[in-house]
Write a protein that binds this ligand. Structure first.
Ligand code: BG6
Length: 287
């Protein structure tokens, strides 16, 4: 199907009624629902769906740069490009499609992209929805150039939550993080769990899996990742929300970005080499 700007989208659904919607613009997941049709990802009511704007919500992919840590535009260009269906994806090392609904997309640099980032690559993305409703984003990035290149990547996941003051994040305790609100100064997390009472913009380093507990909705999000050691935690809070044109003043209460990422140590690919990263999101209900 197409959205109102004529951009293709694909809807994945499973037999129990869960679904996921993927836009070809940015290869961005814009919706992921439970069996009952409840939305699990946040999208701003003020999101601008018209290219060349990035879309505020879902899971934008930041590539080949995270944030402003380099010469490229904020979060790189991949989230603002039209991806194509990958008609002939090379086989995956282990069968990743068993019993799943999935779509394979591909991004190749345009002439214009090569002027700003002179590295030929193929970025293959498989988005899949399993029979139990888990959402997986599997990325394969290959250097098809004759020189090495380095990149960073983040799956900038906007989780829909009941109330930012009621959620807590586990899995980041004792880790070091870089604080974007303090010139990326390095700190060590002291708390047992992470709760929120002001703006947060951090990159936690070398984490394993992360859980987001939403008491009010009796829901826990589980974030499992491979090849993605870092975790971005972002909530703009009140003041920053007001400065973003594509974000409602009060919407910071209903979202929390937790990204599986590789930021601190960019990946270097030699000619012909391929990198794989995998993010799997699932939910558990609690009472
Ligand atoms: C976060 C960055 O991950 O993304 C923040 O660390 C940034 O600094 C946020 O504000 C949103 O970025 P953008 O470009 O989508 O507004």
């Amino acid at each position: 199907s197409k959205d109102r700007n004529g951009i293709d989208q694909i809807v994945l659904s499973n037999p129990r009624g869960a679904s996921a919607r993927v836009s070809f613009y940015g290869g961005q997941v814009l919706s992921w629902t439970t069996d009952q049709g409840e939305e699990l990802l946040f999208t701003s009511s003020k999101a601008i769906f018209k290219p060349p704007n990035p879309v505020r919500g879902g899971i934008p992919i930041c590539f080949p740069q995270f944030g402003n840590r380099g010469a490229l535009e904020q979060h790189g260009f991949a989230r603002k490009k039209i991806w194509l269906i990958d008609e002939n994806p090379p086989p995956l090392p282990h069968n990743d499609s068993n019993g799943k609904a999935y779509v394979d997309l591909i991004l190749r640099p345009s002439e214009e992209d090569l002027k700003i980032w002179p590295h030929s690559f193929e970025f293959r993305l498989r988005v899949s929805l399993s029979a139990d409703g888990n959402l997986t984003l599997l990325s394969r990035i290959r250097n098809i150039n004759s020189k090495p290149f380095s990149f960073s990547i983040a799956y900038h996941t906007y989780f829909a939550i009941s109330d930012i003051s009621e959620v807590r994040v586990e899995g980041l305790e004792t880790l070091d993080y870089l604080d974007n609100l303090c010139q990326r100064e390095r700190f060590t997390e002291q708390g047992d769990t992470l709760t929120f009472e002001s703006e947060v913009d951090r990159v936690y380093l070398s984490s394993s899996d992360v859980a987001v507990f939403d008491h009010e909705r009796k829901r826990t999000f589980l974030i499992r990742k491979e090849g993605l050691p870092d975790v971005v935690v972002w909530n703009p809070w009140e003041k920053k929300s007001k400065s973003m044109v594509d974000f409602g003043d009060e919407e910071y209460k209903q979202m929390l970005c937790i990204d599986g990422a590789e930021i601190e140590k960019p990946i270097t690919l030699k000619p012909g080499e391929e990198w794989t990263g995998r993010l799997e999101l699932s939910t558990v209900s609690s009472s």
